[in-house]
Design a protein around this ligand. Structure first.
Ligand code: SF4
Length: 336
């Protein structure tokens, strides 16, 4: 991994933000692209947000990209373009939590702060047999105290890298090969047969289902899109005009829907109605239908935030993954 052994705090921060909730294999090309496009934090700060979101497209959790930009501008404007060097100052940056702050402080500056990510939680809970859930305030405090005590103060960067690598390659989430583990003789989870139970979590994740109907309104070579500005998923990305309902509607029910009738002129025809697409987010499952509609004249009263663009220009905007999936589906591809 190109960021291993890296001492540049900007590149460490960039890699850590990209890798939050993302697998290394998926995040790696994004890291390379960002590094090439914005070699310094000031280059990132000076870039337009739409450009950053376009480069981030497909990586998900877009608040990370917006925080990345916000923090780059903050460092440019309030820290003279120099990354903070104290742990407390790093922790104050937007989008930076205790894990990322400890990673930057130890890897870039050799400061004695222990990292605590999913890998470390797993290794510690299994090795010491800690049954306190890792997602409670008490649990987090116990693990934070323990990991800080265990930290090799003279070589914090090596220690942090080693324990994370150990969790990622040896003490893996499912079926670790304990027979070859150097810690097998003193591992509590191994002794008490708790490997598959630890670490404990208190909450089961609840996911809400949402039902989107994207209206792809074609007028000649033109099409309407809008920017998602509301505080919701995919803020800052673009989408087609959206009709959200309590469940997915069939074509006839959709045509009878009051809101749909308020947007689409009665003489306009639905030319295609997609099969359902879905995208799983951490707390939500998005179910979407794409409805292609042809209108013979420009929409009279399109809402203010709708933008009328040519179809060829669609590729210059950043869309959520579910819309990209639709656009890439050759059988349902718009006629570019
Ligand atoms: S013995 Fe198994 S559970 Fe214990 S630390 Fe090693 S790999 Fe993890």
């Amino acid at each position: 991994m190109p960021w291993k052994g890296e001492k540049n705090p900007y590149l460490i921060w960039l890699s850590e933000i990209i890798l939050q909730q993302t697998r290394v294999a998926q995040g790696l090309p994004y890291f390379e692209r960002f590094k090439a496009a914005y070699p310094t934090i000031v280059d990132l700060a000076n870039a337009p947000e739409d450009e950053i979101l376009k480069l981030w497209e497909g990586l998900g959790y877009y608040s990370r990209a917006r925080n990345l930009h916000f923090t780059a501008k903050d460092i440019r404007d309030n820290h003279g373009g120099i990354f903070p060097v104290e742990y407390e100052d790093i922790l104050k940056l937007k989008g930076v939590g205790t894990y990322t702050a400890a990673a930057i402080a130890s890897f870039a500056y050799g400061l004695p702060y222990a990292v605590l990510d999913g890998n470390v939680f797993r290794v510690l809970s299994r090795y010491f047999g800690i049954k306190e859930p890792i997602d409670t305030t008490t649990g987090k405090k116990i693990f934070a105290k323990l990991s800080q005590e265990l930290l090799a103060k003279k070589r914090p960067a090596d220690y942090n890298q080693a324990i994370m690598d150990f969790g990622a390659t040896q003490c893996v989430p499912a079926n670790p090969n304990c027979k070859i583990c150097p810690l097998v003789k003193s591992c509590t989870a191994q002794k008490e047969d708790l490997i598959n139970q630890l670490p404990f979590k208190s909450k089961k994740l609840k996911r809400r289902s949402r039902f989107f109907h994207y209206l792809i309104i074609n007028y000649g070579n033109e099409i309407w899109i809008r920017k998602r500005t509301e505080k919701d998923i995919w803020q800052g990305l673009y989408e087609f005009p959206l009709l959200e309902t309590e469940k997915l509607l069939d074509r006839k029910t959709l045509e009878r829907n009051k809101e749909y009738q308020g947007i689409i002129p009665p003489e306009a025809g639905i030319t295609r109605f997609s099969t359902p697409f879905s995208q799983q987010l951490t707390h939500q499952k998005i179910n979407a239908l794409f409805v292609e509609i042809t209108v013979e004249k420009p929409l009279g009263e399109a809402p203010e935030d709708w933008v009328n663009i040519s179809r060829e220009d669609l590729k210059t905007y950043a869309f959520p993954r579910i819309i990209d999936l639709y656009l890439q589906d050759k059988s349902l591809y718009l006629n570019f």
